[in-house]
Design a protein around this ligand. Structure first.
Ligand code: PLP
Length: 430
């Protein structure tokens, strides 16, 4: 990659000197400002955005209506702690009205990880038990509760002992099936295997199951159609709570407002984050009344949870999504993008798989399509060259070989054309 600009070099030096190296790897770019689906760095270089930050800026960067709502609220009231405010109450009502009817109460907090932690408390309290089924490759946040649920060793390595009670089960990563089966004739073996796992591992205190509609951090791994509904039915048969972690899959990302709509899922607890504030920190736990009432006054609260600034932002996010029909746009422009990415897969043999829906895709790079050997170094070099040519992107995945394609939902067909052309050109150089 060509050298960062002079301004960026200066800032990167400051970062190296004063910041820890614990954050995720990124191309060496120092963002200055962004608008819609476009970014400018501190040297004035321009990029088309395929990251949305980290699937956060669903309504686009610096949306004027969102900026105006934040600005207006910042002059009125920032934080009265747990006193009710019109912003928090309107947002609670909005979320309950916009989610399936059986979900009746909302608790606000600041981050997705904290919201998953809150969901763990609710599951334990509502069931009186403590074991939670979570999944290989799953990611739910970095604090100790959700970290203990993760099925990614690099997230939890050397941090133990973790919170006890997690039972990990295989997720249907069909491109790399852990049982080396083919979807066409596996009859969802991983699902029936759950019975075996629970029979062997449970201490008889099964409380709930926590799952992502697709696994983001593991490389945008999407389960086969019908899997999640069957998983929900399994949880019902076990009489345990079904928790859906939609921290990153919600607010139009998959071409529907909530990912649960694809299979009419009815989770006992739905967890929201990222796109809810589209840049302002806010997350929400949405649950049945009976589940939420397990906690008594004073048992769950946080200094910044439900603060009016974040709630005003989230209300503006709902307005923008509705007014600009961003869910419909994500579906239509997503289909346009998917078609183009699949053509790249046909053309470039280093792409093992393209998977996703709406405006979220993973491009998995391999050294060899036959044995599917992951190509993390190639993925890194592709990302660096794309960034050099003006396409902001990143990589992730269990093997670090998956390119993240998750632009703000306001991306236009023209920007999609231009961004895919950059990737095509870069791949042709390898
Ligand atoms: N759950 C999922 C599915 C996520 O993707 C993430 C973050 O990437 C989290 C939870 C944690 O959210 P946060 O980083 O806001 O704590």
């Amino acid at each position: 990659m060509k050298k960062p600009g002079l301004q960026a070099q200066g800032f990167l030096g400051i970062s190296q000197k004063y910041e820890p190296a614990c954050m995720n790897w990124q191309a060496p770019v120092v963002w200055d400002h962004a608008m819609g689906a476009e970014i400018w760095d501190v040297d004035g270089r321009h990029y088309i955005d395929w990251t949305s930050g980290v699937l956060v800026a669903n309504v686009g960067h610096a949306h004027p209506h969102l900026a105006e709502a934040i600005s207006r609220q910042s002059h009125r009231l920032l934080n009265p702690f747990d006193f009710p405010t019109p912003e928090r109450l309107h947002l609670a009502q909005k979320i309950v009205e916009a989610t399936p009817p059986h979900l009746e109460k909302v608790f606000f907090i600041s981050t997705g990880g904290e919201a998953m932690d809150a969901a763990m408390r609710l599951v334990r309290r509502a069931s009186g038990k403590y074991e939670i089924v979570a999944f290989w490759g799953g990611f739910h946040g970095r604090s100790f509760g959700p970290m203990s649920l993760t099925g990614l060793s690099k997230i939890k390595k050397n941090f133990g002992p973790l919170v006890p009670g997690t039972i990990l089960a295989p997720y249907p990563y069909c491109y790399r099936c852990p049982f080396e089966k083919e979807l066409a004739d596996c009859d969802l073996f991983c699902l029936s295997f759950l019975d075996k796992i629970v029979e062997v591992e449970s201490a008889g205190s099964l409380a709930g199951l926590m799952v992502e509609p697709y696994q983001g951090t593991s490389g945008f791994v999407f389960p086969p159609a019908g899997y999640l509904k069957k998983l929900e039915a399994w949880a019902r048969r076990q009489r345990i709570l079904f928790v859906l972690d939609e921290v990153q899959s919600s607010f139009g990302r998959t071409g529907t407002m909530w990912a649960l709509e694809h299979e009419q899922l009815e989770p006992d607890i739905l967890v929201l984050g990222k796109g809810l504030g589209s840049g302002m920190p806010i997350a929400a736990v949405v649950a049945r009344s009976a589940v939420m009432s397990g906690l008594e006054r004073g048992e769950m609260s946080s200094t910044s949870g439900g603060n009016p600034l974040s709630c005003a932002a989230a209300l503006a996010v709902f307005e923008i999504i509705e007014k600009e029909k961003l869910v419909e746009k994500a579906a239509a422009n997503g289909a346009f993008l998917k078609d183009k990415l699949l053509r790249l897969q046909d053309k470039h043999k280093m792409i093992g798989e393209v998977r996703g829906m709406g405006l979220v895709y993973g491009i998995e790079y391999v050294k060899d399509r036959t044995n599917k050997e992951p190509a993390p170094d190639l993925a890194r070099d592709v990302v660096l060259k794309c960034v050099e040519k003006g396409l902001m992107c990143g990589k992730l995945g269990i093997y670090g070989n998956v390119m993240r394609v998750a632009p703000p939902l306001v991306i236009t067909p023209d920007l999609i054309d231009r961004s895919v052309a950059i990737l095509d050109q870069v791949l042709s150089e390898f």
